[in-house]
Design a protein around this ligand. Structure first.
Ligand code: FAD
Length: 613
């Protein structure tokens, strides 16, 4: 177990003794009920309960496992995936354009949600990625409005002098100074040769990032931050950052192991109105009333599931399951997007400056002893916002143009949303200033290969045209919904991704990265060359995997309005990754935090709350 400081112990005592009730009286009432104590849910709980006159209830299906070393230790990220105590263990439907592969889709089932089990990287969207949300008609969801919230959710801890001098830290001093939020984010504590090699390789390709990523205009290779505390080297997730400091607020109640089944919806002369929620705990069904509103923050898979189980969704699907239609909206559960990641591993020279694995027992002792060793980090610092345009020769350029013309031809049947989205993605593909992929370097091989010393170059497709859906398959809330991404169903996605696999190869051929890769060494996936675009397509089709960023299933404009109200039903909002209408480039956690901080301001304004922050 973690060695605890006195301050930490008292917070834990408070958490155990005071806040977590094991049951709740039938028809207890709260002003606001938040469904899900995950990333968005913890932010909302903190910000909304700032007003002592508002009672806030959080219902979380999982436990609080913040004190489990597999949650707080950065280097153990990934070790809880597949464990039902931490993970909802979702699996997607086979994707026909990906050799019919299914994929595991973990989601955090704990306080802090997916931020407590994720890979810790903090990556930012471009200004254009967000501006397109406003161009879809979502007032106030432009980059200028959202940008300050990227500083509000986090405190960026300044890099030490050595790190600052040696690696390309492009966050300005002012950005770092202005950031003042609960989540603590930090740069790598030490510079390794690999950090420098990564940056120099991009410099040699004329793609070293020179712009602060919080300006919305970063492009190229850089050193990023992770949500790890600089002093204790612990995961700073939504639970510890936003909930721990406020557990003693008398107007805040958090109930764990509370699985929400559906909404309690009444009707008056103005139409349907949400009155509360039904949830089960330890096999007993409870109903709790909301005096003002319910906010769904159950994530991209579970929020649409709860809406459908409550009669809000596509009437065809609801009727199939005998659910009375409260409000017909076929957009619920649609527009599912994700970042798919292709990878190639290269064996490195025996003398390459790549850290060799430390035996896990030793690594754990170092970490628990004095917060040293490899477990203080998880390695996710070497990133690049990578455009495709600079890597295209004239032939590639022409081929892509004709493919875009052919597949995006609008015969007039395109919805305004698709027309706008397709135009946005096309512009990004053709621009040298937008990242069609986010690339990063990792040490782990993706096929579990043992033996040999490898680096893995990864490339996640920023803006897929392909989209899927999440829908219920049963009226039983315990039965998992059907999750269908339909990856690469639009052939342009595979074409772009294959070309980015070629970019990975180009990186591996560029100095100084080239010099650490073993000549005629092993490459993974074994037997899959990437010499041609067609071969690169095979690699993507057979081996690309999710980077765990599902979003979009209750999209702004389609399911919720620009105040995050669910259309057609009063006293109900959605705030989580499902409201993202078009997926931004790179890892989406920072965007989820920024969206939620802004949502908290919108909700506070609408409910007339008094807050200090
Ligand atoms: C393995 C993994 C690695 C990732 N790596 C990164 C990364 O490195 N960087 C990055 O930017 N992003 C990463 N992400 C993505 C990022 O963490 C998520 O996009 C983000 O945390 C989602 O926030 P959310 O609030 O929408 O959902 P969540 O944080 O998942 O919260 C949903 C909460 O609702 C609860 N809940 C669900 N259903 C119910 C119900 N019926 N009743 C009660 N409670 C319920 C859940 O238990 C959970 O606590 C990763 C995600 C995963 C899974």
């Amino acid at each position: 177990m973690r060695s605890e400081s006195p301050g930490r112990t008292s917070v834990l005592q408070t958490r155990i003794n005071i806040k977590y009730q094991e049951s709740i009286f039938e028809m207890a009432q709260h002003d606001v009920i938040i469904v899900g104590g995950g990333t968005a849910g913890c932010v909302l709980a903190n910000r909304l309960s700032e007003d002592p006159n508002v009672s806030v209830l959080v219902l979380e299906a999982g436990e609080d496992r913040s004190d489990d070393d597999r949650v707080y230790t950065p280097g153990l990220a990934g070790s809880v995936l597949d464990d039902p105590k931490f993970d909802w263990q979702y699996v997607s439907e086979p994707s026909p354009s990906m050799s019919n592969r299914r994929m595991k889709h973990p989601r955090g089932r704990v306080i802090g949600g997916s931020s407590a089990i994720n890979s810790l990287a903090i990556i930012y969207p471009s200004a254009a990625d967000i501006d397109v949300w406003a161009e879809l008609g979502n007032d106030g969801w432009d980059w200028k409005t959202l940008a300050p919230y990227f500083l509000k959710f986090q405190t960026i801890e300044p890099p030490n002098d050595e790190v600052k001098k040696q690696v390309n830290i492009i966050h300005s001093d002012e950005t770092i100074r202005k950031s003042n939020g609960p989540v603590r984010t930090s740069f790598p504590s030490q510079v390794t040769a690999l950090h420098k090699i990564w940056l120099d390789t991009f410099r040699n390709l004329d793609l070293e990032n020179v712009s602060d990523p919080l300006t919305g205009h970063a492009i190229g290779g850089h050193t990023s931050t992770c949500h790890i505390t600089g002093d204790r080297c612990e995961r700073s997730h939504a639970g510890v950052a936003y909930l721990d400091p406020i557990l003693e607020r008398k107007n805040l109640t958090i109930i764990r192991n509370a699985m929400v089944h559906r909404l309690a919806i009444g009707k008056d002369s103005s139409g349907p109105i949400v009155r509360g929620v039904w949830y089960s705990q330890h096999g007993i069904l409870h109903k709790v009333a909301a005096k003002r509103e319910v906010i769904l923050a159950a994530g991209t898979f579970n929020t649409p599931q709860i809406l459908e189980l409550s009669g809000i969704g596509d009437p065809i699907i609801l009727e199939q399951h005998g659910i009375d239609v409260v409000y017909a909206n076929p957009a619920v559960g649609d527009n599912l997007q994700d970042h798919i990641r292709a990878w190639v591993s290269f064996e490195v020279n025996d003398d390459a400056p790549v850290p060799r694995p430390t035996p896990i027992d030793k690594a754990r002792r170092m970490y628990e002893g004095n917060r040293s060793g490899p477990l203080t980090q998880n390695g996710a610092f070497m990133f690049s916002y990578t455009p495709l345009a600079p890597f295209l020769d004239p032939e590639g350029h022409d081929k892509l143009k004709s493919m875009l013309d052919r597949h995006l031809e609008d015969d007039g049947s395109c919805s305004p949303f698709l027309r706008k989205r397709n135009g946005f993605i096309r512009k990004a593909i053709e621009s040298a200033d937008e990242a069609t992929a986010v690339s990063f370097l990792s040490r782990k091989t993706q096929d579990g290969s043992k033996g040999g010393n490898f680096i893995t170059l990864n490339s996640m497709l920023s803006h897929p045209f392909s989209a899927g859906s999440v829908h219920i398959t049963s009226t039983d809330p315990q039965i998992r919904p059907k999750i269908d991404f339909d990856y690469y169903s639009n052939p342009i996605d595979l074409e772009i991704h294959a070309r980015h696999v070629k970019v990975l190869e180009k990186l591996a051929e560029t100095e100084p990265l080239a010099s650490i890769i073993k000549p005629r060494g092993r490459r993974l996936p074994e037997g899959y060359p990437t010499d041609t675009i067609n071969n690169a397509k095979e690699v993507a089709r057979d081996f690309a995997m999710t980077n765990y960023h599902p979003c979009g299933t209750c999209a702004l404009g389609a399911v919720v309005d620009s105040r995050l109200n669910v259309k057609g039903v009063r006293n109900l909002r959605v705030v989580d990754a499902s409201v993202i209408p078009i997926i931004p480039r790179g890892n989406i956690l920072a965007t989820v935090y920024a969206v939620t901080e802004r949502a908290a301001d919108i909700i506070s304004e609408d409910l007339g709350l008094h807050r200090n922050t």
